[in-house]
Design a protein around this ligand. Structure first.
Ligand code: ZN
Ligand code: ZN
Length: 143
């Protein structure tokens, strides 16, 4: 590699570049075999979520010219988000309000992706919420 442009990477932050999130999630899921929802449940400040590592790699890739420089254009951001995150064909009401995964009516396991009765949440999220042993647990379901 002959060219390295560290200034190009200066605007690569978790809040401004959705690629960091996608990369962190992908790395974590490959490492642990967990789902998107499992990764989300870690929270962005959890060191296990690999976000600082992903930020360094995206910065390196931008500096080396492997990835385009992030843009502040809202269109670019929603494009980057959509690319890895959501299937735009699925309506928001057809997704779990917590893990954002599309409901799967056939996944009726106690921790599956079928909708939990008439709630806007999947069975897995409701199960994790009700079963948690964390004393100060709070999420959108029990808030
Ligand atoms: Zn869910
Ligand atoms: Zn909860």
């Amino acid at each position: 590699m002959t060219q390295l442009d560290p200034t190009a990477a200066a605007n690569v932050h978790y809040a401004t570049d959705p690629r960091i999130r996608h990369l962190a999630e992908a790395a974590w899921r490959m490492k642990t075999g967990g789902s998107s929802a499992d990764w989300l449940a870690l929270g962005k400040d959890n060191p296990d979520a690999l976000i600082p590592e992903a930020r360094e790699w995206v910065r390196a890739a931008v500096a080396a010219g492997l990835l385009p420089v992030p843009s502040s254009d809202p269109g670019w951001k929603s494009e980057a988000r959509r690319a890895a995150e959501e299937d735009p064909a699925v309506d928001a009401s057809e997704r779990c309000g917590k893990c954002k995964q599309p409901f799967d009516p056939d996944d009726k396991r106690f921790d599956g992706l079928a909708r939990f009765y008439l709630t806007p949440y999947c069975r897995g999220c409701v199960d994790r919420c009700h079963d948690t042993e964390i004393a100060d647990h709070r999420c959108v379901i029990c808030a």
